[in-house]
Design a protein around this ligand. Structure first.
Ligand code: TXA
Ligand code: MG
Length: 399
């Protein structure tokens, strides 16, 4: 297995030629996108695609997203006789390249395992210089799920990919290291039902952004709320989708039914009134004083308890040094507050970008619990809270 280190902003053709050749010839190559790292295989090569499922330990009924370099490759992946709804064309124009996956009728030439038992395929053009150049050089459509073991947090750095995949990638395979991913949560997955756009997985493009471009309704699939079997006060808040869910009704996007994004530590989430949030977290820390805890908050705590490893998104985590050695490696958020972005919007964006990396980092430090300040489930916050709902198995409280 090889690791190719390339520039994240201006990768040269030479640096990507070998990886592109490997992809084209049926090897597995992990690469960065603007959302998370993908584990790629030539989408026309059934044997290569099957290796993705084996490497990830992915259930065989969960379809893969196919990535293309630009619109000229679209005819290679969608049914030449299929209908593309006008809303899909509009969204491609506005949001591609970008973190939006559109479900369309599938071309019969794609490897069957890409879309197990389905007449559709999820397609996206990623907006990352490395992904774009790699896909253009490979010249074939590339099936790529997130490059993590099934159920683990998605990888946002090449190191995360190696942590999960190094034993499964063999000679001829490789990882393109193009730095860390910017969006952090995966793409929004949408389909079309009876003239309406339905979000199957919230992600990097929000429901509000989609609505602003369309004159048809944009709904949330009801399964977006079914992320946990345990009762939760937040669940009602997330229940903005159409209708009720009948028992046994299968989600349109099979990925929504699996447990996901879970670190080894137990995750607990609070959101709502800042003073109450802090009080609850402090109480939790006091009740678990004999355990190491991880903490993710918007603003630094000046009085971080000794058993807690504190990470704050905004500003340097001043005063957080009481948590022990780890605090020095838990680099505080890189993000400032650009332009007029509110601090809640900045926190949501930074939490989205850093969440998976932090879950993995806290696991490496073997904390028993991770306490997280959540955000309102609107805009990008819906995708973040959806992932937190899964990571916490429903341990979310609204205050
Ligand atoms: O941001 C992303 O989307 C990343 C990067 C690598 O592009 N990829 C990613 O892939 O998250 P994956 O496999 O982890 O998630 C794909 C999701 C799953 O929930 C799957 O069920 C859904 O998309 N999906 C794929 N094809 C579909 C189809 N034809 N119909 C319905 N859902 C589909
Ligand atoms: Mg995934």
């Amino acid at each position: 297995m090889k690791v190719w280190r390339v520039s994240s902003t201006q990768p040269s053709e030479e640096s990507l030629l070998e990886a592109a050749q490997a992809l084209k010839s049926g090897r597995l190559v992990a690469f960065p996108t603007e959302t998370v790292y993908g584990l790629g295989a030539n989408a026309l090569d059934e044997a290569a695609v099957r290796r993705i499922f084996a490497a990830k330990g992915r259930p065989a009924d969960n379809p893969l997203i196919v990535h293309i370099a630009d619109l000229s490759q679209l005819p290679q992946v969608i049914d030449p006789h299929g209908v593309i709804p006008p809303a899909a064309k509009r969204l491609m124009e506005v949001f591609w390249p970008g973190p939006l996956t559109i479900i369309l009728p599938v071309h019969p030439q794609l490897a069957p395992s890409v879309h197990p038992g389905m007449a559709t395929v999820g397609v996206r053009i990623p907006n990352h210089p490395v992904a774009q150049k790699l896909l253009a050089l490979a010249g074939c459509p590339v099936a790529a799920p997130s490059a993590n073991k099934s159920g683990r947090p998605s990888p946002t750095t090449a190191m995360d990919v190696l942590e999960d995949m190094s034993l499964d990638l063999v000679e001829g395979d490789g990882v393109v290291d193009g730095g860390s991913c910017d969006v952090g949560v995966e793409s929004t997955v949408i389909g079309f039902e009876e003239g309406k756009v339905v979000i199957y997985r919230p992600g990097g493009i929000s429901q509000e952004q989609l609505e602003a471009q369309l004159d048809v309704p944009v709904l949330l699939d009801p399964h977006i709320t079914l992320t946990s079997s345990s009762p939760s006060t937040t669940k009602r808040e997330l229940e903005r989708g159409p209708g009720n869910i009948e028992a046994g009704f299968a989600p349109r996007s099979p990925g929504m039914k699996y447990r996901h994004y879970a670190p080894k530590a137990q995750v607990w989430v609070w959101w709502g009134k800042p003073a109450q949030m802090k009080q609850r977290m402090m109480e939790f820390a006091a009740n678990h004083a004999d355990q190491e805890l991880g903490l993710i908050t918007q603003h630094p705590w000046g009085d971080c308890p000794g058993n807690v490893h504190c990470w704050a998104a905004l500003g340097l985590a001043a005063g957080a040094g009481t948590g022990g050695a780890m605090d020095s490696d838990m680099v505080a958020g890189r993000g400032g507050v650009p332009g007029s972005e509110s601090s809640l919007a900045a926190y949501t964006r930074i939490l989205s970008r850093e969440l998976y990396r932090l879950l993995r980092e806290f696991d490496r430090h073997q904390v028993a619990h991770i306490l997280i300040e959540g955000v309102p489930p609107t805009g990008l916050g819906l995708a973040v809270m959806n992932r937190l709902m899964k990571a916490s198995e429903g341990r979310i409280e609204r205050l």
